[in-house]
Design a protein around this ligand. Structure first.
Ligand SMILES: Cc1cc2nc3c(=O)[nH]c(=O)nc-3n(C[C@H](O)[C@H](O)[C@H](O)COP(=O)(O)O)c2cc1C
Length: 370
């Protein structure tokens, strides 16, 4: 199946089938402490951040999902309009289809046309870098949308299940290093729902990567998306393998902690299963600089409520900050975070020193963010 029609099928499956879980993000094991006497006026709460040289009104990124087909241009257009109006960032989906067929460019470039001031992030997959895309293709993807950065996505679990997948990742770190050193825009390394471990973040920051989107486990599950594609194609073996691997991944809360612990000065996007403003507030409290969401934005758009959803997310983040007695994200991180159950055990098992982590999660935003 061609890249563009696969993209349409992905959107259809994400909107109509059950593609989340079966495991969780572990946000339920992260607790913020309610402060009955906030000693703050709600109007004082500020959540603006700088990102990629621009000011965001709220620390939110709608992460890359789509483009590559005339029939999905309206999605990028709507997301871009919302990003421009609300002062948040957005990514486009993989631009591979447009690099291979210039008639597909419009479905991406429309985002920049309707959002001239927004932070917009380009997107290509690591397997394409391994299989031949070079600096030229990466520059074209950036120029196509006048992007502020490019996200290189890692999707090994999806590739290994996808009927026409390309699970070719040998020398991937070397390729990323080569590309990142040759282009003049920042490279964001992003997962796609299985999370980044501290070992991976450490390896990549050593080659100069400064921005990571953890995209952890517990939200959109690409193994399940590919399971549904395999079922639709009658590929029983692939579907059974996917079912077997559907719990694979690092829960988002654990991935944020790992990444922040090992890279206190990196810019972190916490994403993967962020659904509510409470999830978002926990993401920020755990040390992420920005919150990433994908599927909820798509669903909200299809139900005619994209801006409503985003506005409620923004209000809710401010409310949670207020209810901890804080005026800003920095102050939120000064407040205690209680970590319980398997997440606490995970930290012990992974030898994450709690004191060092506490220092790392507080030392973000204003100081570290790009
Ligand atoms: C319909 C859809 C298409 C996606 N396509 C891409 C893509 O092209 N490139 C990419 O880096 N991530 C892609 N993603 C992954 C998201 O950016 C995100 O990392 C992941 O879905 C987890 O976030 P969520 O649980 O909020 O959906 C896609 C997600 C969805 C729902």
């Amino acid at each position: 199946m061609s890249t563009p029609s696969r993209k349409l099928e992905h959107i259809d499956i994400v909107l109509t089938e059950s593609v989340e879980g079966p495991g969780s993000t572990w946000f339920e094991h992260v607790h913020l402490i309610h402060r009955a006497v906030p000693e703050v006026d709600f109007d004082e709460v500020r959540i603006e951040v700088s990102f990629l040289g621009k000011k965001l009104k709220a620390p939110i990124v709608i992460t890359g999902m789509t483009g590559g087909h005339a029939d999905v241009a309206h999605i990028n257009k709507a997301i871009a309009e919302a990003a421009e109006e609300l002062g948040i960032a957005m990514g486009v989906g993989s631009q591979r289809a447009a690099l291979e067929d210039p008639s597909r460019v419009e479905s991406f470039s429309i985002a920049r046309r309707v959002a001239p001031n927004a932070v917009i992030i380009a997107n290509l997959g690591a397997p394409q870098l391994v299989k031949g895309y070079g600096v030229g293709e990466v520059r074209r993807a950036i120029e196509m949308i006048d992007a502020d950065a490019i996200a290189i996505h890692l999707n090994a679990a999806q590739e290994v299940i996808q009927p026409e997948g390309e699970p070719t990742f040998r020398k991937v770190v070397e390729r990323i290093e080569h590309i990142a050193s040759a282009i003049d825009k920042p490279v964001i390394i992003k997962e796609t729902g299985c999370g980044l471990s501290m070992e991976v973040v450490d390896e990549l920051r050593r080659i100069g990567i400064k921005i990571f989107d953890v995209s952890g486990y517990g939200g959109t599950n690409w193994v399940l998306v590919e399971k549904h594609r395999a079922i639709r194609k009658g590929e029983e073996l692939k579907a059974a393998i996917a079912e077997d691997l559907s719990l694979w991944g690092i829960p988002t809360a654990a991935s944020i902690i790992e990444a922040r612990y090992i890279a206190p000065d990196a810019t972190l996007i916490g994403s993967g299963g962020v659904r509510t403003s409470l999830d978002a507030a926990k993401t920020l409290a755990l040390g992420a600089d920005l919150v990433g969401i994908a599927k909820p934005a798509l669903e909200a758009y299809y139900s005619g409520r994209l801006k409503l959803y985003l506005k409620s997310l923004i209000h809710g983040i401010k409310a949670a900050i207020f209810l901890t007695g804080s005026r800003s994200i920095d102050e939120l991180r000064e407040k205690p975070v209680v970590i319980t159950g398997p997440l606490r055990e995970w930290m012990i098992e992974r030898r994450i020193d709690r004191e060092a982590y506490e220092i790392a999660r507080r030392k973000t935003i204003a100081k570290g963010i790009l």
